[in-house]
Write a protein that binds this ligand. Structure first.
Ligand SMILES: O=C(O)C(=O)Cc1ccccc1
Length: 306
């Protein structure tokens, strides 16, 4: 029976995402307390795949996922999914507003309900937990008074809904990856994404070389993000998502060029896009565009523009 790790415990958003990847009745879902633990379980073949969050439309990247994918034995994404994210605030039954002195959750969840907390629980202190569901477990144990959780968490833990449909940003979304040990790649579908992590050479223009290689081949970037290598101060890795599949000539050609230019390139997978990417804006290159841009720079130099 295939075993699928997810960032748990039961009742996380990631479990919801993982359910979408598994075959009911065939696959077994196995919770792990942290993202690195879920990925380590795939690396040591304790499970066949793992589902982890990778980025959020409000809070950005999930650093634990980025670091764990850049280091250790390589893993590759074979699928992604995007889920809308709204929260329930869960308490022990009978807890009134005045009794909520501590609110716990995953840092990404707390960041997405900051204004709601200021409005509704201004006196409560905020505490980070490993996941939204870990916060629910801690509330059940009496360690904190309220948990900012995924709506499904109320089905797993004996808690009450203090508030539902909580979100500072109404249509926030989180993207999750489904990762395996390297093996057969998913077939190209015509609407794919390729992910990689790249350490550029230490020379002037290294990042622009990388971007030019993609632009010259008409490849659209959907994400570029940097994280320190944890080595020298100022040394960064770039996490790059682009449209296309490594089986396509222009994408394969671009990856080969990056392999030549960059100090290190790690392929993180080519997989079908969960949602089609809205196509970009035209290049602003009319004479009016140049004049308006020059006027703006002149205003900045005079100290009256920004
Ligand atoms: O803690 C969870 O439930 C997760 O799956 C991570 C997360 C946290 C906040 C928004 C989306 C995913």
């Amino acid at each position: 029976m295939p075993r699928i790790a997810y960032f748990g415990p039961q009742g996380t958003f990631t479990e919801q995402a993982a359910i979408g990847f598994v075959h009911p009745g065939r696959d077994e879902l196995v919770p792990y307390e942290t993202v690195p633990q879920a990925l380590a379980a795939v690396r040591r073949s304790e499970v066949d795949a793992a589902c982890v969050p990778v980025e959020n439309s409000v809070e950005g990247a999930v650093p634990a996922t980025m670091d764990a994918l850049a280091e250790g034995e390589p893993l590759v994404a074979v699928a992604e999914t995007v889920l809308p994210v709204r929260f329930s605030v869960l308490v022990r039954p009978g807890t009134g507003v005045g009794a909520v002195r501590t609110v716990a959750s995953h840092p990404h969840a707390l960041a997405q309900v900051r204004y709601w907390l200021e409005e509704n629980l201004p006196e409560a202190s905020v505490v980070s937990t490993t996941s939204t569901a870990a916060a629910a477990v801690a509330v059940q144990r009496g360690e904190f008074d309220a948990a900012v959780s995924a709506p499904v968490a109320v089905n797993h833990y004996p808690l009450s809904e203090f508030a539902t449909d909580v979100a500072d940003v109404a249509d926030a979304k989180t993207r999750f990856l489904y990762l395996r040990r390297p093996g057969t790649l998913p077939e190209p579908t015509g609407s794919d994404r390729t992910s990689m992590v790249v350490t550029t050479a230490d020379r002037v223009g290294a990042l622009s070389e990388l971007l030019v290689e993609l632009a010259l081949r008409g490849i659209s970037l959907t994400r570029i993000e940097s994280r320190p290598t944890k080595g020298r101060l100022g040394e960064y890795r770039f996490y790059i998502d682009m449209l296309g599949h490594v089986a396509e000539p222009r994408v394969g050609d671009a990856l080969a060029a990056l392999h030549r230019h960059c100090r290190q390139v790690r392929f993180l997978g080519s997989y079908p896009q969960a949602e089609p990417t809205v196509s970009g804006e035209p290049v602003a290159a009319s004479n009016e565009d140049f004049t308006a841009a020059a006027d703006w720079v002149a205003a900045v130099r005079r100290g009256v523009g920004a």
